[in-house]
Design a protein around this ligand. Structure first.
Ligand code: SF4
Length: 621
């Protein structure tokens, strides 16, 4: 029987298609597809791998503004293709979409039915362009907001080519319960749990040999209906990342090249310097599991990073190949120690790069400055809270004063800091909120943080230890019940979870913080609107004296002059300093005088203090 299959099918698996469906950011090629394609092309020289970023076709069809607005919101994004998957639920889904989007500037006036039709037409057309009868396997990278669109696309492909082997993988699917997707979605044949490179490589070799997935569950990381659900969590990942080649984004650029000139743009190219999270890795040894709310690393085991030379090589090759200079690091968090070396080497490329990355608040000014001089213009810092007590509950391993320092350093260097402040974290209390409100007064001169409400991620430490966070019960998020029929929601454990706990109390508790962030936004925007705005709190150093300028709304700035030792102390506290180190540095100054000065600075909002550690807040102009 097997021998017949070998004769019948072998060449089909010499041609495979990797697919990414809406709604990833349309201005970026998919790194998942680009990396996998390069890897497979390197390992299987005679196999053709197509990388179909069909989200770009859909973005073109819906209009970039509409696509972008949808891609920023998980539930509206999942609604569009849910309406196609389950037409009998159309009205309920449409109502849900409208409710979610009625205040959205771009989407409030969008006709949902028309939008669904546009998405359908563009997806169907992109699928029809591919000759499926030549292709043995199609693999979907399913990350945030891509579940329903992938389910729709796989259904359409199976209609055209019923024998094709269909595979789902990616961060939405990778979790200990991934086997349940096979139970309810008959169009999916195989799931890859964890990183895709090695399982897919082994699977293709297996298919070449046997022509079917019957025994493919013997490959680690490959989950089929033949595998016991209990064994679905075994990973098979690259021991180190040096086997990764430069991502191949050629197919994405081919699609872009077919658009009319006024729809062309310069994409941002994703690169990766690590997989996993070093903070989570370090924390595991201490028997906690990284940040309590985080489930970003379910598809990796441990932390791996690439040599800086390989990353620089990728950036060099990609910018040359595609003649664009905008890059985004896709690392969950940039490597701690290696970043300085990496960005020094990148600086030597002598390219006017524009880069984005996610970093931890503990990143030093020296490293941040290296990043900036290499072209880092925007960062998302893992700030999350401005209360150290709350940061401890979140297992962030950082403090409010560290967060204040990195916000200041971004402001000083002119790096856009697009970070979040998490509200409603379960178990947070009055003291956390009070501390946040007090510290917000000192943060007003820096770019405002974006308030985001806590959500429960499947597999996160909070999800694993609910009682510790006052959580009584956990279930799928109720919105899934609007999008999917009961037999699906009953059997699949989705990546976004709901819980019964202290939500009501949290919503009340955090109201004043929400209000204050609103004021902060207005304050910052008003002052930045002024001509030649510059930093809100800044200083000029005159050598033996220092002038601090504190800009205010609707009135002249306050100016403060510091001379002699006062100037020196202020400059010394540009980095976080303990009272002990300040005393050691200025032994001639009596302790009471020093404290008086520091308290005066804090009273004027020019310095921040936390548990005997001090930080000057003004940035040098
Ligand atoms: S939030 Fe960031 S730093 Fe924290 S565990 Fe997740 S990836 Fe790591």
């Amino acid at each position: 029987m097997k021998k017949n299959r070998i004769r019948q099918f072998p060449s089909r698996f010499k041609h495979i298609c990797l697919m990414s469906t809406p709604w990833p950011l349309f201005k970026r090629p998919s790194i998942q597809l680009g990396s996998l394609k390069s890897f497979l092309n390197n390992e299987l020289k005679d196999t053709r791998v197509d990388a179909a970023c069909i989200y770009l076709n859909v973005a073109h069809a819906t209009g970039y503004d509409v696509y972008q607005a949808i891609s920023k919101r998980t539930w509206p994004a999942e609604s569009v293709y849910a309406a196609l998957l389950y037409p009998e639920r159309f009205d309920a889904i449409e109502q849900f979409f409208r409710k979610k989007m009625h205040r959205n500037q771009v989407l409030a006036s969008v006709d949902f039915r028309e939008l669904v039709q546009q998405a359908k037409d563009a997806t169907d057309a992109a699928i029809k362009q591919i000759n499926w009868h030549d292709i043995g396997l199609v693999g979907f990278s399913v990350c945030l907001c891509q579940l329903t669109s992938s389910l729709y696309a796989v259904r359409q492909i199976k209609k055209i080519s019923p024998d094709i082997i269909t595979l789902f993988g990616g961060s939405t699917i990778s979790n200990p319960f991934c086997r349940s997707y096979l139970d309810v979605f008959q169009d999916i044949d195989v799931i890859v749990n964890g990183e895709g490179e090695l399982p897919l490589l082994r699977l293709l070799t297996h298919l070449e040999k046997y022509g079917s997935i019957e025994t493919a569950h013997t490959i680690d990381g490959v989950v089929t209906r033949g595998l016991s659900p209990k064994l679905a969590h075994v990973f098979f990942q690259l021991p180190h990342l040096e086997r990764l080649a430069t991502p191949d984004y050629g197919d994405y650029f081919k699609i872009l090249g077919t658009f009319p000139p006024d729809k062309q743009f310069f994409p941002t190219l994703p690169v990766e310097s690590s997989r996993g999270c070093w903070w989570q890795g370090a924390a595991i040894e201490k028997r906690t599991k990284g940040c309590a709310f985080c489930n970003l690393n379910l598809q990796w085991s441990g932390y791996r990073q690439r040599a800086s030379a390989s990353v620089v090589h990728d950036i060099n090759v990609l910018t040359e190949r595609h003649q664009t200079l905008s890059m985004a690091f896709m690392d969950n968090v940039l490597p701690a120690k290696a970043s300085e070396k990496l960005f020094s080497e990148l600086g030597r490329l002598n390219r006017d790069l524009k880069m984005f990355a996610e970093i931890r608040a503990s990143t030093s000014l020296k490293t941040l400055a290296k990043m900036h001089s290499a072209g880092m213009i925007e960062v998302q810092v893992g700030i999350e809270a401005l209360s150290t007590k709350l940061l401890n509950k979140m297992c962030k391993g950082t403090t409010a004063i560290q967060n204040m320092a990195i916000m200041k350093n971004c402001e000083a260097l002119g790096i856009q800091n697009v970070s979040n402040l998490m509200l409603h974290f379960p178990g947070s209390d009055e003291a956390d909120v009070t501390e946040t409100l007090q510290n917000l007064d000192f943060a007003m001169s820096f770019r405002p943080l974006k308030p985001v409400n806590f959500w429960l991620g499947l597999g996160s430490p909070v999800w694993q230890n609910p009682r510790q966070f006052h959580i009584k019960s956990i279930s799928n998020h109720p919105h899934y019940h609007t999008l999917f029929p009961e037999h699906v929601t009953k059997n699949v454990q989705f990546s976004i979870q709901a819980y019964r706990g202290d939500q009501l109390r949290q919503r009340k508790l955090w109201k004043p913080v929400e209000k204050k962030i609103h004021t902060w936004n207005r304050f910052y925007a008003d002052l930045q609107r002024q001509p030649s705005a510059g930093p809100i709190l800044s200083y000029q150093d005159g050598g033996r004296f220092l002038i601090i300028r504190q800009r205010r709304r609707n009135t002249d700035p306050l100016q403060h002059r510091l001379t002699g030792t006062s100037r020196e102390i202020y400059l010394y506290c540009s980095d976080i300093r303990s009272i002990r180190s300040i005393k050691l540095r200025f032994p001639e100054l009596p302790g009471d005088k020093l404290m008086l000065f520091l308290k005066m600075m804090i009273g004027k909002g020019l310095m921040f203090e936390e548990k005997g550690r001090f930080l000057s807040l003004a940035v040098r102009v």
